[in-house]
Design a protein around this ligand. Structure first.
Ligand code: ADP
Ligand code: MG
Length: 704
């Protein structure tokens, strides 16, 4: 890697990129403040503040060819105008064009002058998003302009960039500031940070050209390519952005890796004792992953390992064995789960496994207060070997004396920050605890490479033997009666069923209320069966009672809110009914379905939906029927939803990409890894500048 040609001289032109925005003409203190809210402080922040999308006003679309959900520009004549004040003031304008089709345009905020413009017979050019309205297609608050007499329509000759912005800063003003910054854009000899010898084989267009094109697409540029993000200029920027993301995560990883940790190599006695008592044999995948973990733990450098395994692949026992390695070596272990229900379930499993070994797990959740909490804290401070709980473990007054290993279950609900927080908690001098992260949401490989570049990954890619794939059907709510009948016959055969109620509202209270209604309905419909009920707002003890009753087969059907989404394990349950399945994302559906198919009986999952289905919902239900493979589902999910949602809200901010799209631009990732490695090795200073350029302002999350 040392035979590369030397770099061109960078002294030819000074880099003005670091100049403050206030040095631009017309940018006063109040605008500086507004721009700062967007993380725009230096000229280069403006150069790299790329359009979110473009509006295409280069052509006129006949109304007949409009498509719902797309934005378009139409040229039409006013047929009728109507003002109403029923619930709120409203202006409705019916327009038609040469294609003999009509479009309704609606305004909720308008002045009298505006309303008066829409005289029947006058011509307007309107641009907006097309929606389904009560009377056919409509646009709400389009931008519009009136055409005088029979003046010819002038369409734009280029796309209009739309920038991410903030309150009090309109597109026009922001565009003009960016334009002023772009006038000061230096040449490529200053702009390019990836050295020529690495760049040349990729045949990229120049960075200067890429930036100018992205901000101000020239008249001749392919509109289709630009709208799709596939223009060479956009691809050039996407590549560089992915490279910067990758480098920043690598840097974070290097920093954590740099931390020292206690070398944990116990004698294996506790592990052997637990394995001897298990009612099953570990799968090959489980044994391999445990060996990988043991290898890491034995080293005096901090482990940061992600264990991926599909729902039901048996991650809990892997976590338990990892915990024993640390305990054998005389260190403490903390196990953190995202929900209280899941933490409780772990607590019960670990008690059953560890108590016979002479280890009493400590319980610590947010709801634990008073003396019990004090007792738990005191036990931890006295060096109790294992503590299990929710994120309450991350609170300030929680102190460990010898934390050797932190295990975090269901990683996608925690962010990088929380991971680091737990690691800081256990810091003693220059030593931090090892970290093991378990996730049941398989992360597509492409995403793992960027979002989780700070972690090593182990995969439990094999399910315990004897599992049969869950059969999945989608059934309209109109056929609810048949579904209830299906439950009746399954329970008659000694099986058990979950009925999961979902609501789009985030409120647990509303969820609980809706579930209560269904609970009452099923109690009436299934008189001869025992129906149980569990929801998030119950007292932990009541929750546990309901779960225990289901586990011990006293209840046949368990009505539940999505509290049972993660981790709940009752092997005899073989029917899963998911209410309002059309509202849920693939990851959540997969999690819920994973609650069944854990025993030897053939399991089934009914996705109950309310017609009509949106195209997206239809696509999701189709995926669920086609496959039970978590990795395929995750890839599909990424395709359908995009990475932000897949990683959960906490991750969204971190992965907010400006230009790149992890699905569309996944083809860059191998190149990004290769160039990233070369850059870090040969030009660490340039790598650093590249990260600073792209990951600026609010997104400087990696600088913790
Ligand atoms: P998840 O990976 O979803 O967390 P769990 O750890 O809850 O899965 O395991 C699911 C079920 O499989 C549990 O009932 C567990 O006891 C059982 N199990 C785990 N490993 C094996 C194995 N090697 N053979 C048989 N059953 C296993
Ligand atoms: Mg689990």
């Amino acid at each position: 890697m040392s035979s590369h040609p030397s770099l061109p001289s960078r002294a030819t032109q000074a880099d003005p990129g670091g100049a403050p925005v206030s040095a631009l003409p017309g940018v006063g203190p109040s605008l500086v403040e507004t721009l700062a809210r967007l993380g725009l402080e230096r000229w280069q922040d403006l150069w790299f503040h790329l359009p979110l999308r473009y509006e295409d006003r280069t052509q006129i679309t006949p109304i007949r060819e409009l498509r719902v959900g797309e934005s378009a520009q139409v040229l039409a004549v006013v047929d009728a105008v109507e003002r109403s004040f029923r619930y709120r003031p409203q202006l409705r304008v019916a327009l038609s064009d040469d294609s003999q089709a009509t479009l309704v345009v609606r305004f909720f905020h308008f002045s009298n002058t505006q309303a008066a413009q829409f005289e029947p017979g006058t011509r307007f050019v309107c641009y907006g998003e097309v929606r389904h309205g009560a009377q056919g297609l409509e646009m709400v608050h389009p931008t519009y302009r009136r055409l005088a007499g029979d003046a010819a329509v002038i369409t734009d000759d280029r796309l209009t960039p739309i920038y991410p912005t903030t309150e009090g800063l309109g597109q026009k003003r922001l565009s003009s500031v960016i334009a002023r910054a772009l006038e000061r854009l230096p040449g490529d000899d200053v702009l390019e940070l990836v050295p020529e010898y690495l760049r040349a084989p990729l045949h990229l267009c120049s960075l200067r050209e890429a930036l100018l094109t992205a901000h101000r697409p020239p008249a001749g540029a392919s509109v289709r390519e630009l709208l799709a993000g596939r223009h060479p200029a956009q691809q050039r920027l996407a590549f560089e952005e992915l490279l910067a993301q990758h480098l920043s995560l690598k840097r974070l990883r290097a920093r954590v890796r740099h931390h020292r940790a206690p070398a944990l190599d116990g004698d294996g006695a506790l592990r052997a004792a637990l394995i001897a008592r298990l009612p099953f044999v570990l799968t090959r995948a489980q044994r391999r992953v445990i060996a990988e973990i043991a290898d890491d733990l034995a080293k005096p450098a901090a482990m940061l390992r992600l264990v991926q395994g599909d729902v039901g692949s048996g991650k809990t026992i892997v976590a338990a064995l990892a915990a024993l390695i640390a305990i054998e070596a005389g260190y403490q272990v903390a196990l953190v789960a995202p929900t209280e229900l899941l933490a409780e379930q772990h607590y019960h499993h670990f008690c059953a496994w560890f108590t016979p070994l002479g280890i009493e797990p400590i319980w610590l959740a947010g709801k634990l207060t008073g003396r019990k909490r004090e007792a738990a804290l005191a036990a931890m401070a006295a060096g109790a070997p294992l503590v299990i709980g929710t994120h309450a473990l991350l609170q300030e007054d929680v102190v460990f004396v010898r934390l050797g290993l932190a295990i975090i279950d269901e990683q996608h609900r925690f962010g990088v920050h929380q991971r680091l927080m737990l690691s800081e908690k256990g810091r003693v001098g220059d030593q931090v605890p090892h970290q093991l992260v378990l996730t049941a949401t398989p992360i597509p490989r492409t995403l793992a490479m960027t979002a989780y570049a700070d972690l090593d990954v182990s995969a439990i890619d094999e399910l315990p033997p004897g599992r049969t794939p869950v059969q999945t059907v989608a059934v309209s709510n109109a056929r609810r009666g048949e579904v209830i009948q299906r439950i009746r016959s399954a329970c008659a055969e000694g099986r058990q069923a979950y009925w999961v109620c979902t609501l789009i509202e985030e409120s647990e209270q509303l969820q609980a209320q809706a579930a209560q209604v269904i609970f009452a309905e099923l109690q009436t419909e299934l008189r001869d069966l025992c129906v149980g009920f569990v929801h998030g707002r119950m007292k932990p003890a009541d929750k546990q009672t309901a779960m225990d009753a289901f586990k011990t087969h006293q209840t046949h059907v368990l009505v539940a809110t999505t509290v049972i989404e993660v981790g709940v394990d009752v092997p005899n349950a073989s029917v899963m009914i998911i209410e309002n399945a059309e509202r849920l994302g693939l990851a959540q559906l997969h999690q819920l379905r994973g609650r069944v198919g854990r025993g030897s009986a053939v399991s089934s999952c009914v996705l109950l939906y309310q017609a009509p289905l949106s195209p997206l919902a239809r696509a999701r239900l189709q995926v669920m029927r086609e496959t039970t493979d978590g990795f395929r589902i995750a890839e599909k999910d990424l395709e359908l939803r995009g990475p932000g949602e897949l990683l959960g809200t906490r991750q969204t901010g971190q992965m907010a990409l400006r230009m790149a799209d992890l699905v569309r631009d996944a083809h860059w990732l191998p190149t990004v890894q290769r160039i990233g490695a070369a850059l870090l090795h040969d030009h660490p200073v340039l790598a650093e500048r590249l990260v600073k350029r792209w990951i600026g302002g609010a997104a400087r999350y990696a600088d913790v």
